[in-house]
Design a protein around this ligand. Structure first.
Ligand code: F0G
Length: 482
């Protein structure tokens, strides 16, 4: 994807695929968007797709499939037990990751449920580079706690560190010494670390973490959901790996892990997920829970069509053109925003472009949820749906006090192969306009706040009526534009 040089000198990512199926989009007027965002309680999860122009909520389950994936779906072999389709996926997992055992699940968090039920005992700790919402929720639900050991650079918004997702090895050694092996359920590494901006870890870091775990006799669990992006960054940012193929890097990462799990909504551009391991003991411990929660061992809650799509999707992911598309589009967007002074996470990561709401809205205190306010404001002025990844995505302490997140981010995900460059340029244009008018944006407060996963269902109101002012300014500046 990156091999073509424009003689104009412009740095433009060039697609090495063509679009053969399209879906019509609509861009409703800002007045309708104001109604819609109010109906949704300023929670972008509660917006309806019909009111959305560019859906940058997530890259989960919305990546574009290839012609080969669709063709394979037609050939699927449906049976409750022993389907050929499942055997194909099992064989592909063995071929790519050299893992003997594969357990299917209906999506990534189902793998987390099973891993946590089987391996986390009350009072145990799970060290990790950084948590993901569902991974942490399952560990806590089983009486465990999470310790985040990402290096200090990982939490700096602006940086040029190539691997901000790396675990700090000194912190890991210190934790193992302090807790002792029996208190540690397993170590978890999340590739393409989601909540700190889709930031990668290096192959070297996983090699070091794996050596520490093996010496201490602790299981290493690798969350490979965002593997595609991380493979690209290892290939392009880690000197020692520049001559390795994507397939070789993937194999090395798998070799270093004891258990690997993934959401196929991300990895493989399909839906579903799975757990892979070479440990028969671990496999046997998890097997019964698969049949209890997911379905029989040859489908695990997935349709056989999705399983076919994963098999082809995983194969396609072992290709540099494929894994570069997301990161290059994201880098284009991040660099365009940096040029205009908009505060975003750097260096560009995978998954999406992450705007730093703390610096975008310094006048909105964390108690009024700046990332949520920015998500609401951006939808209002553009029809672009992003996701709050800040304090709203945290859960209150048992005493009811707020847990303020390390970062207040508005995530604008880039589903793979979905948007065109002019759509990305439109999003940049509206973000820049919003940045110039940022003083008009105010805070939010909860009006309906569920106890668990409040970011999915909660509703918020505005602290002042700042949205009406923003709409008036939009009309004054941009005339009758939608
Ligand atoms: N692990 C990581 C790193 C993830 O990003 C996700 C999902 C999961 C596990 C859970 O997988 O959704 O298939 O159950 N991330 C989605 C997102 C929800 O929008 O970032 P799932």
């Amino acid at each position: 994807m990156s091999r073509v040089i424009f003689h104009s000198g412009e740095d433009i990512p060039l697609e090495l695929h063509k679009v053969r199926i399209v879906q019509k989009l609509s861009l409703v007027p800002i007045e309708r968007r104001l109604e819609a965002v109010r109906e949704a309680g300023n929670n972008t999860f509660l917006l309806k797709n019909r009111d959305i122009f560019l859906d940058m909520l997530t890259d989960s389950g919305v990546n574009a499939m290839s012609d080969k994936q669709l063709a394979a779906m037609m050939e699927s072999d449906d049976s409750y037990a022993g389907s050929e389709t499942f055997t194909k996926l099992e064989t592909k997992i063995k071929e790519i990751f050299n893992m003997d055992y594969f357990l299917p699940v209906h999506q990534g968090r189902a793998a987390e449920n099973i891993l946590s039920q089987v391996f986390v005992n009350p009072g145990q700790v799970v060290p990790m580079n950084y948590h993901f919402t569902t991974s942490k929720a399952h560990i806590v639900l089983n009486g465990g706690r999470v310790e985040e050991l990402v290096g200090d650079e990982g939490l700096k918004v602006t940086s040029n560190h190539p691997f901000k997702g790396n675990i700090d090895l000194d912190k890991l050694n210190a934790l193992i010494a302090a807790e002792g092996r029996d208190k540690i359920a397993f170590v978890r590494i999340e590739t393409g670390t989601n909540l700190i901006g889709g930031q990668p870890h290096s192959l070297q870091n996983l090699t070091d973490v794996s050596a520490i775990c093996r010496k201490a006799g602790i299981m290493l669990v690798f969350d490979a959901s965002l593997l595609a992006d991380n493979l690209y960054f290892i290939k392009t940012r880690e000197d020692a790996c520049k001559d390795m193929t994507i397939r070789e890097i993937a194999r090395k990462l798998a070799d270093l892990s004891d258990v690997m799990y993934f959401s196929a909504r991300k990895l493989g551009c399909a839906r579903g997920g799975g757990i892979c391991t070479n440990s028969r003991e671990a496999y046997l411990k998890m097997r019964e829970l698969i049949t209890l929660y997911e379905g029989f061992l040859t489908y695990g809650g997935m349709s056989v069509r999705e399983i076919e799509a994963i098999t082809v999707g995983l194969d396609e992911t072992m290709d540099e053109d494929m894994v570069s598309q997301g990161p290059l589009f994201i880098a284009f967007m991040v660099n365009a925003l940096v040029k205009q002074g908009v505060p975003v996470i750097t260096p560009p990561g995978g998954l999406g472009c992450h705007i730093d709401a703390k610096r975008f809205l310094p006048h909105v205190p964390q108690s009024q949820y700046p990332a949520g306010a920015l998500a609401s404001a951006l939808y209002l002025v553009s029809g672009v749906r992003g996701m709050e990844r800040g304090s709203i995505s945290e859960q209150r302490n048992p005493d009811g006090s707020e847990v303020y997140s390390d970062m207040e981010l508005l995530r604008l995900a880039m589903p793979r192969r979905v948007f065109t460059l002019s759509q990305v340029k439109y999003a940049v244009d509206r973000i820049v306009w919003l940045y110039k008018n940022r003083d008009l944006i105010g805070g939010l407060k909860f009006v309906e706040e569920p106890q668990m996963l409040r970011f999915f269902f909660g509703k918020l109101g505005t602290v002042t009526d700042w949205q009406a002012t923003l709409v008036a300014k939009f009309r004054a500046d941009l005339g009758d534009s939608l």
